[in-house]
Design a protein around this ligand. Structure first.
Ligand code: SF4
Length: 241
């Protein structure tokens, strides 16, 4: 069995606890205009981006880093939307569990429920973005179905979940921030990370011949929303990724 990936990153420090191996799977169900990994959106191999790798080969790559997992780390499946390939990944997930390796999924939650159910069987950690919650804007800007997202959110184990909010012109609106605050209260979120979108992906957009959306939001704006989130979730941090 093979899965399609764009990269395997060793010694990652920002994709879950401890030192981790991050596997970037190719293919995503939505399309964020600010995406930092635009080469992961299409499930097709494009230009130099993407290759198929057998589960055996992938496991070998992951296990090379096993000594570092004693830091509390493990493997993170990211992308793209990694859960789109979870059925193919399942034999590897079983084997990693047998090896006591911590598994984290970084998911948008814009996926069929059955994929999340499978992820719940194997995931020790989840990293879940909160992006745009207004139903129409979610559809128009991300091509996402917010009801699918909210349904999946109700199936997550929140003790295992870190929420992340990418801050940019689309997400940092008065209405959206208020909707996010309500959502965080409703779901009693435990851990939140917020981050400013960066422009390091510009080159990849050029290679892919895709339009690159990017506009900085100010540090003052970030600090202002940080204070609001912190009131609701004490474990809120500003991160750089
Ligand atoms: S969900 Fe993630 S990978 Fe998919 S388009 Fe958005 S930022 Fe990119």
């Amino acid at each position: 069995m093979k899965v399609r990936i764009t990269d395997i990153q060793h010694f990652s420090l920002h994709d879950g606890p401890g030192i981790r191996t991050t596997v970037f799977l190719k293919g995503c169900s939505i399309n964020c205009p600010w995406c930092a990994n635009p080469e992961c959106i299409s499930s097709q191999i494009e230009n130099e981006f993407g290759k198929d790798i057998s589960l055996k080969e992938l496991e070998k790559e992951i296990l090379k880093d096993k000594p570092f997992y004693e830091t509390g780390g493990g493997v993170t499946f990211s992308g793209g939307e990694p859960l789109l390939q979870i059925e193919k990944l399942e034999p590897l997930l079983k084997s990693l569990k047998n090896n006591n390796i911590n598994i984290c999924f970084e998911t948008s939650l814009f996926i069929p429920e059955k994929y999340l159910e499978l992820a719940n069987k194997y995931g020790d950690e989840f990293i879940v973005d909160i992006k745009i919650l207004n139903e129409i804007e979610c559809k128009n800007i991300l091509n996402g179905d917010i009801n699918q997202y909210l349904n999946n959110l109700s199936l997550l184990d929140l003790d295992k979940t870190t929420f992340r909010i990418p801050l940019n012109e689309f997400t940092l609106t008065y209405e959206n921030i208020n909707l996010i605050l309500e959502l965080l209260k409703k779901f009693k979120a435990k851990k939140l990370e917020i981050f400013k979108i960066h422009n390091l992906a510009r080159k990849k957009y050029e290679i892919l011949n895709k339009e690159f959306y990017f506009k900085y939001v100010s540090n003052e704006q970030i600090q202002e929303v940080y204070e609001k989130f912190k009131e609701i979730i004490p474990n809120t941090n500003i991160i750089e990724i």
